[in-house]
Ligand binder design. Structure first.
Ligand SMILES: Cc1cc2nc3c(=O)[nH]c(=O)nc-3n(C[C@H](O)[C@H](O)[C@H](O)COP(=O)(O)OP(=O)(O)OC[C@H]3O[C@@H](n4cnc5c(N)ncnc54)[C@H](O)[C@@H]3O)c2cc1C
Length: 374
């Protein structure tokens, strides 16, 4: 069957835009990017005060690409003038990249349904009509898919991903649940705004027990800010807390219960910094992936679905054994592996991709973490 598209990328975040910049190097390829809202939509929804935790620095001419760049020559540090860009600044960088490279992005075009065809290829139902493609690259991220039910009563609490500004919290005291990046970020900003904050954590993610991988332990940027918040005297950290329930008290307050019987009364609903759904946006097409018992997606060496040939995953959900690709500087290393698979099957010349990955660091295209801690 002849498909009008060789490849469709779903999602125009850093994974979708970066993947498109790589695919664009293949001569004659017919592809497009479908985005449900705007380019960089997840970043545009970040709380106003949130900043990228990985620093941006224009080290590119010396073979070390900016950690937050989606292709080798560009640098968010140069574009935004910031070492830790805001969500909006980063989204604008993505928009600039799409425009400068004339990427075929269709905004306001949510992919509503995907059908894998028996003779290969995919039939997509989108907000702007049907579309058929030979290859499908899923790049829908995690941020817009928060886990809103980590324990009973969680629906009473705002999730980090539902906050547009920490200044909207007008109570003098707040409770935050979760001790990794988003919980610590929430606590830091609330302390900055003069609040008294109680942070309930299972265990410290800032005393690494053997691993310095930022996918597993708190980044230096957040660690520094956490110590700053502690020094203010307005942050109380309670360790060993496994929250099992939040209930409304008779006095109109909120009660947080832990597995060990401890509980805390809050005048405001506690804030959830408890993370996102495993698989994130890939759950929209859950049947097309094979899932392991931990709720992770199984992929081939080229990041292709082990259940549906022709379907590829790019972005923070990609994992290979102990390697977790949940930062931009990590998952961009996989773009060339996906593009070269597609090039081979389209009989396109993959030599156009040569050199891709060179400035991504000493580990080459696909094995970002070989030989390091993560
Ligand atoms: C608070 C916070 C701070 C972070 N800081 C950093 C950092 O400093 N450095 C770093 O590397 N990473 C950081 N991350 C992680 C980083 O944001 C993610 O890894 C990154 O956004 C993933 O990019 P993505 O393109 O896969 O997903 P997204 O940026 O979420 O993009 C996915 C896109 O897909 C679209 N979409 C979803 N479903 C559909 C559909 N059905 N049809 C069409 N379009 C669809 C969405 O609208 C969205 O635009 C942070 C995350 C958080 C939450």
């Amino acid at each position: 069957m002849e498909h009008p598209m060789d490849a469709v990328i779903v999602g125009a975040g850093p994974a979708g835009i970066g993947m498109a910049l790589t695919l664009d190097k293949l001569p004659g390829i017919r592809y497009c990017i479908l985005e449900s809202d705007r380019i960089g939509e997840s970043f545009r929804r970040w709380p106003q005060q949130t900043r990228l935790i990985t620093p941006s620095f224009h080290s590119n001419p010396f073979g070390l690409a900016d950690l937050n760049a989606v292709n080798e020559p560009s640098s968010p540090a140069i574009y935004t003038g910031a070492e830790h860009p805001s969500g909006e600044q980063y989204a604008n960088y993505l928009g600039f990249m799409a425009q400068a490279h004339q990427l075929p992005v269709v905004s306001g075009c949510k992919v509503q349904q995907v059908q894998a065809l028996s003779d290969g290829g995919f039939h997509l139902v989108t907000e702007k009509g049907p579309l058929a493609t030979r290859f499908l690259i899923w790049a829908t991220g995690e941020y817009q898919f928060p886990d809103l039910q980590p324990f009973p009563g969680a629906s009473l609490c705002p999730h980090y991903a539902q906050v547009s500004s920490w200044a909207d919290f007008d109570a003098p005291a707040c409770t935050v649940i979760g001790g990794y990046e988003s919980g610590v970020d929430a606590a830091f900003h609330l302390v900055q705004l003069g609040k008294q904050v109680r942070l309930l954590v299972r265990k410290s993610t800032w005393d690494p027990d053997g691993s310095y991988d930022p996918s597993l332990s708190l980044s230096p940027y957040s660690r520094e800010r956490l110590y700053q918040a502690v020094d203010s005297g307005r942050l109380e950290i309670v360790f060993g807390v496994n929250v099992v329930k939040v209930v409304r008290g008779s006095a109109g307050n909120w009660r947080v219960r832990a597995a060990d019987g401890r509980h805390w009364e809050c005048a405001q609903p506690p804030i959830l910094g408890t993370g996102f759904l495993k698989g994130g946006g890939a759950r929209q097409i859950a049947d097309l992936w094979e899932w392991n018992e931990e709720g992770r997606i199984l992929l081939s060496d080229a990041d292709e679905s082990t259940r549906t040939p022709g379907l590829f995953l790019v972005g923070p959900q990609v994992r290979h054994d102990h390697r977790i690709y949940c930062f931009i500087y990590k998952f961009r290393q996989r773009f060339a592996a996906v593009a070269s698979q597609i090039a081979q099957r389209l009989d396109s010349d993959p030599s156009a991709l040569q050199g891709q990955g060179g400035a991504w660091g000493p580990f080459g295209n696909s094995d970002c973490c070989e030989g390091c801690e993560c």
